[in-house]
Structures are given as C-alpha cells and as structure tokens.
Design a protein around this ligand. Sequence first.
Ligand code: PEP
Ligand code: MG
Length: 759
Amino acid sequence: MTEDSVVWLEEVGKEDIAIVGGKGASLGEMLRAELPVPTGFAVTAQAFRRFIDENGINDELFSSLDVDVDDADILRSAEKKAKQIIMAAKIPQDIEKSIRSKYKELCKKEGEEVFVAVRSSATAEDLPDASFAGQQDTFLNMRGEQNVIDAVKKCWASLYGARAIYYRVKQGFDHSKVNLCAVVQMMVEAEKAGVMFSSHPSTGEPFTIIEGSWGLGETVVSGSVSPDYYLVDKKTKTIKERRIATKNVMHTKDPKTGKTMDIPVPADKKNAKVLDDNEILKLVDFGDVLEDLYGIPQDIEWAIKNKEIFILQSRPITTIKKKKETNEKVATTAILEGLGASPGIAYGEAKLVSDASELGKVKEGDILVAVMTTPDMVPAMKRAAAIVTDEGGLTCHAAIVSRELGCPAVVGTRRATMVLTDGMKITIDGEKGLVFEGKKEVAVPAAAQPEKTSVTFARSKPITATEVKVNVSIPEATARALETQADGVGLLRIEHMILGLPKHPKQYIKEGKADEYVAELVSRIQTVVDAFYPKPVWVRTLDAPTDEFRAMEGGDGEPIEPNPMLGFRGIRRDLIDTEHFELEVRAFKELIKRGYNNMGIMIPLVQHPSELRRAKEFMTERGIDFGKTEIGIMVEIPAAALIIDQFLAEGLDFVSFGTNDLTQYTLAVDRNNEHVAHLYNELHPAIMKLIEHVIIECNKVGVKTSICGQAGSNPKVAKRLVELGITSISANIDAVEAVRDMVARTELQLLLKGAREKK
Ligand code: PEP
Ligand code: MG
C-alpha cells in the first residue's frame, strides 16, 4: 500500500485495486513478475478524490448528476455540466508536480520526450473489484508535460460521460463512491500487434489462440482488419493451424503529429504472415505465465517492436466462466423498446458505431447499434444480424435499408447507444420492437421453419388482377427483390444509390468527372431495370433531404435548413439545381438507348401542376419521349391529392401514393421523430380520404394508381386499396407475399360478392 498520489506501476500489485483500479493493479502485478510490460505511473484514485475535495466541488458535481438518466437530453446536459466542473478545477499543486516529475523521468530514461497513453482505471470505494471496463476514455500518443496533465484531467472528466453515468445509476453505484485512477504508460510503437487467449475462449480447452496484424493493435481489437489466426496446442507446443488473412489497413503513428492514422498495408505485407513460429511460441509461453500468475485463462493484448514482445494488458476470459457457470444469460424483460422496423429475431453481440471509421467493428452476425444509420454504413449493415438505433421512425434510413436487406431492426429506442455496450449479448425482436439482454428463446413459427427436403412444395404464386410490385432502394437488394416474383418495381429510390457513392455529385462535377457520375448512376439503375426486364420499374428522380447529402464528401455546400423534410428536396430541388437534373436525365436517356423500355420515370414531392409541367418540359427538351417512356408523380403532399384533376390535365401515365410523406404532411408528424412516432398513423381517416379521392379521379380517366409508401406493405391497407380500385401495390421485399395473398383474397371476395348480388 502506498500513500503517494502518483506511483510507479512497479510499486503496485493486485492488492492495490482500491488505489490504482483493476487495470493499474494488473499492470503492476505483471511488472513485478518481470513480464515485458511498458513502464509508467499511475495517478491514484486517492489523488482524484483529493482533487475533488480540495477544489470543493463535491456538492456541485454530484448534485449535477442527480438527474433522470432515462431522458437522453437531460443526461447529456448532466454530462456536459459535470465535465465542465472537472475541467475548470485545478489539480492540487503537489500532484501536478509529481506527474510532471514522473513524466520527466520516463523521458530521461528514453533520452527523448516520450509518447504515452493515458488510460482510465476506475474503482468503487466499497466494491473495489467492480468492473467499469469501457466506460471511460483512453488518450493515446500524448507527448509533453502539459499534454499529459491535460489528458489526466480529461481522463478524470470521462468518469462523467453519459454512458458511465447511466451505467452507474442502473447498476446502483453511488457516483460519489466511484474514483478514477489515470494510468500513464509508455506507448509501444508496434510493428505488429494483436490479441491472445491463453486458453480456448469458449471451451476453455488447452489451446492458445493468437490473432495478429501489422501496426498498432487497435485494428485487431476494434475488428477493422481481418487478422492472421494461429492455434497452438498448449501441451505439446505445436502450431496446429495458421490462417493468413489479407490485411488491408494498418494503424500507425504519424511521426510528426504523434496522432495515429490508418494507412494501407504495403503490398508485400498484405498477404504475408505476421508472426514467425518462434514469435508464436514465445507468445504462448507468456500466455502460460500470465495464466499461472492470475490462476485463470487470460485475454491478452500484445505488441512487437524490434523483435521485442510487449504485454499491454491482461484480463480474465469471461466467456468461459459464463458458459460453465450459467450457460447463456437468459433474457426475460426487455431492456429497450422502440419501433419494430424490420421483422425477425436475432441474437448477437452489440457493436456501437458512432461513425464510418468504426464500421470494421461490426463482424458477420453482430448487432449494429447507432444513433442513426447513414448510407456509408450499408456495408456493415449487410454483415449485421440486426440493427438498433436511438432515433428514427418506420420510414427512416435504418428502417428502409434493413427491410431490404432482410435484417431485423428496432429503431427509435432513444437510448440504445447509452444502454448497450460493445460486446453485450442481446436479442432483437424486430417485429415487436424489443431488445433483450442475453438470449431470448423465441418459438419459431412453423411457417418460418426450414422445409424438409423430402416434402418440399413450391408455393405457387396467386395471380392477381391488381399488380403486386416491390420497392427497391439499394442495388444490393435486387436479388432478394426478384425472388419475391413481384410484378415489377413500384419505386426505385435513386438517392440511396447516390448516397452510397464515395462523394457528393457536386464534387464529381467540380472535378470535371460528370461523365463518371452519370456512368455510376446508369450502372446502378441498370442492375434493377435489367433484373426485372421486361416488368416495369418506376425510377424516381432525386429525392434526398439536404441533411443526408451534406454528410457526403464535397457536400458542405448543402444548405442548412431548419426542417429538411419541408425543404430543398424532391422535384423542387431538381428544378432549381438543374445541373444535377441534367445528369439524371442523361442517365435515363442512356438506359433508354440501351433498350430498357420497361423504365418509367416518377417525380417526387410535387405540390403544384406547374412542377410536373416544367419537369416534363425539361426532360422532353433533352430528348426523352413520353410517348414511349411512362411518366408519373408521387402523391405525397395533401395539395397534390386535393387538386389531382389538375395534375391529370398535364398528362400522366400513373400516380403513386407516397404515404410516408403524405402521413407526415397531413398529420403534422415528422416521420423521423421518435418523440411523436405514436401519432404517426398511415390509417388515419384523413389520409384514406385523400387516397380515395385520387383513385376515383384517376380511374375516371384511366390513369394507373399505385402506392409505394410503407402503408402499402400492410395487408389491411392493401385490402382497402383493392376495394377502392387501385391498379397496383408496391410493398417492401418482406411484405410482398402477405400483400399478394391479401390482394388475391380481396379480389375473390369482390368477385363473389358481385356474383351473389347479381343473383
Ligand atoms: C413516401 O413518402 O411514402 C415514399 C415512398 O417516399 P420516401 O419514403 O422515399 O420519402
Ligand atoms: Mg416520400
């Protein structure tokens, strides 16, 4: 035990958790055992406590944390306030002096100003072994006395991050009893690094597993690279398996700034093995020493520099223990509730993604958790077993894309990114909109069980007079969409294709690469019109809200709007930004030239017939012949529904109800706002009244009617629309079959009714 506020790691050991937290104690213990751990010092939990006491901020700090943590906004302001209090307070002079002098000593030993990592190691006064892993922040590659001092303070402040506050409240910890030790440790400029399990992580068998890649270990820990895999029999010390992966990215330190950055792995190293046999066996030996030291199998982070091995961290493998003692945690009550946006049950590890740089974390079968998904997340969404978001309604990006991918999703939970932590095992019910901790046994409905091969009946598709089509937004969903045997595509959203491009359309134009942009559009649209040929595909002109476009590279010119849903989107945007409309038209013309006469063009968000007139003129002047190519509008603003006769007078082949927008504009309910999601009702009588009026008017003049909003995927709505005389219904991939069955049944009922009435 030590009374000092700042101690060398060599001076502490496993009995000092109350002073330096679990991480500090473990590092000290390893150094005592003469393991090659990078040296450093710890600013103790008691130093942190003195910092609070001597600044007299106790009351102010802890009362600022006394809030309703279930209210995300309140929680975030509590975080902000608490962090401000910490950052404004002064570190007691003797503690600051001690940090400076220990850092100087480290530099003296190395003969230069060294880079260090400042890591948090939390501890609870009355429960010293409580784990707060992953709740606080780490600051890598800090150099210079003042930067180290600042990082220690920031590390302390991170004890009051929203997630940490939430966790402590829910786990029943008193904030004032939790202290934080900041560990300041030399950075290892690793040439290669990775993780090692001293015994098999799920079975506990005597096999050591090593994963490694080039550069710093963050790529392996975060999962942003597929690492090499080595399996070693601990007893015989024989290497049983070597799987050499293609490693594309490495994390390394920029020698000038000291910041870590991602660089491509040099060509000759991409497919080269990271570890030679000697290194593998040396690591296995370290694994054995650590397992003996702690008495249980260890999960170890290692690094190699100049052929020297370093052990960066070691902690017990919890997965084996869990399996043996309790098996899987069995879920009972939901920990989160949201909107069931895409049906299905999934179980897996939560992976929190705050931006595209973290997508590598999401491995096949993981559950992607985000505030809201963005188009650049689609590759990770494809790997994910399920998706959970804080924000959004049933027609938000996450909802639309996950339905197309057939991936269960719960959106609008408000707090998923706060309640869930990386690696937490959870079950998602995408139908009911629930998230459970652990595995929830759910009876699989008989219809969803795989059919036995010996009794396979190909389910025949009912023929319906009302066409049943499918919606497509991402070209990757084409194969699944085709499998539905739909009668065509009632909505192809091209903005999702554009948002999936590496840069904003304006950037292509700026770089003189408009042709490249048009070619991208053509190829993506062609994937769908070709797959469905000769069935009709209604391609919609651009309808992207500015907030989504702004996030793209080169998208900073997008206007910042108070309410993007009522702003610069749909046809109003194309009629102003004609430079872009022009490129869309070039893509359409190219597809027509290639013989895709099944393509129709659909205009979104019209509110006045003049918009339709001008759009048609624009396209006609550029060579599109609406005698040969079908043209239609989306009816998604109440104004368009109310004066549909005036639109019909402009000349139209079809109209399609965009009920996602029609609902939000008719009911004044933002479709992406989870706070008013309970008022979002596509079956509201006012909406049905608008739809009925449009169908009647269109049927009078023989113009086709359809629906491509989410409501069309509801069989009950489909039934009503068939009764009203709609020409086609376009549903989500997962809903096509149920809608088609309902359409067939309704048509038969109408026929039967007609026949009975005649008698
Ligand atoms: C709609 O508004 O119903 C629609 C289909 O268009 P989006 O969801 O793309 O706005
Ligand atoms: Mg719409």
